[in-house]
Each structure stands twice: as structure tokens, then as C-alpha cells.
Design a protein around this ligand. Structure first.
Ligand SMILES: [Zn+2]
Length: 201
């Protein structure tokens, strides 16, 4: 246990910052010091922004996205193609796809993937709500954009089975050579998946 070098308020700030992804105790100390040195320009506005976010953040009952309104900004955007729904594991994936401007579509955030070993079953995810959305009509294509992990693919198959009776086109992301990737550096799984899903030139 290292010696305490600041008052309890600052120590608490460091402890909380250290829980953020990508920040260890050392970088949390550095961040805390940066904040307290700039308390007017940074620490106070950050505190206000955090309090406002904490008070207003909601989970969209329709799609599972996180926003300050329910239904969320994505679900209520008239400029989006609401007949195409991209199914993702987490809000971070939704944000990544939006940054890539990949598709002007609606989303469905599962809240994780099926993982029997970790005790995550279908009822822990928003799969039932997804089936309801498809059953309600208006969804023509479901793009399953889960991670290319065993759990991700198991989840994709489970969702496909649940929707077998509905007239909806189900697609998935291509697996293969990353843009700018060199074949020599790819693992065998990626290379063989790329070969299997080859497309016409
Ligand atoms: Zn939504």
C-alpha cells in the first residue's frame, strides 16, 4: 500500500479515475493532478457535465442505445433508413460504426453476447426486444455486426434461429483482410475466412 500524499477528496478522485478503462493508478494520478491544477477550466466544467449526464442518461427501450432521451436520437432520426437494423454487442460498436459512416441505418444494441461460461443467457440480452421489433414489421434487413469471436458467432446463430419464421433478410459483416493489411502478417483464421468469403472482382 503506497503512502497517501493528498487529502481524501483528491485521493477519492484518483481512486475513481483509476477505475476508468485504460487508466491505471499511475495515469489516474497524472490525470487527477491535471484536473486539480486546471480546476476552473477543466475540473468544474467536467464535474457539471458528469452530474448532468448522470442525471439524464437513459437506455433506449426500443434499441438498447444509451442517450439522454428515450426513444434515442438514432431511433427518432427521420433521415435514417429505419428498415435496416444493425445488430451490435455494445454502444461502443454503434459509435465505431457511426464514426466509420458505414451505413445510414437504425441499430439494436444487444448489451453483450451469449456466454454460458459467464452465465450470460438470452434473457440477459435484448434479443426478445429485437424479435419484437422484427415482428412489428418495417424491418427489411438485419445486419448482424457482432464481434468475430466464438461467443459473437454463437449469438449470431441464435438470433438467426429466433427469426427463422420472419420474412427478414439477415446479413453479417464480411470477415477477411483488413484495409491496408498484408497477407503475410495475417493469422490463419483470418486468411481462411477471407478466402472463403472471396467476392467477384
Ligand atoms: Zn433507440
Amino acid at each position: 500500500m503506497s503512502k497517501t500524499i493528498a487529502g481524501p477528496e483528491i485521493e477519492r478522485l484518483i481512486q475513481l479515475l483509476a477505475r476508468l478503462p485504460g487508466l491505471g493508478p499511475r495515469s489516474a494520478r497524472r490525470a487527477a493532478l491535471h484536473l486539480v491544477k486546471r480546476r476552473e477550466q477543466l475540473l468544474q466544467p467536467l464535474g457539471v457535465a458528469m452530474a448532468e449526464a448522470a442525471a439524464r442518461v437513459k437506455v433506449c427501450a426500443n434499441c438498447g442505445n444509451i442517450d439522454t432521451r428515450d426513444p434515442c436520437t438514432v431511433c427518432t432520426d427521420p433521415a435514417r433508413d429505419q428498415s435496416t437494423v444493425v445488430v451490435v454487442e455494445d454502444v461502443s460498436d454503434l459509435w465505431a460504426l457511426e464514426r466509420a459512416k458505414a451505413l445510414n441505418a437504425a441499430y439494436h444494441v444487444l448489451g453483450g453476447v451469449l456466454s454460458p461460461l459467464d452465465g450470460v443467457g438470452p434473457d440477459d440480452l435484448t434479443i426478445r426486444r429485437l424479435v419484437e421489433r422484427v415482428a412489428a414489421g418495417g424491418v427489411e434487413e438485419l445486419v448482424i455486426a457482432v464481434n468475430a469471436t466464438v461467443e459473437g458467432q454463437t449469438t449470431a446463430h441464435y438470433i438467426t434461429d429466433q427469426l427463422a419464421d420472419f420474412d427478414v433478410k439477415i446479413t453479417r459483416l464480411a470477415h477477411g483482410v483488413p484495409v491496408g493489411g498484408e497477407l503475410d502478417y495475417l493469422d490463419e483464421g483470418t486468411l481462411s475466412a477471407a478466402m472463403r468469403s472471396r467476392t467477384r472482382f
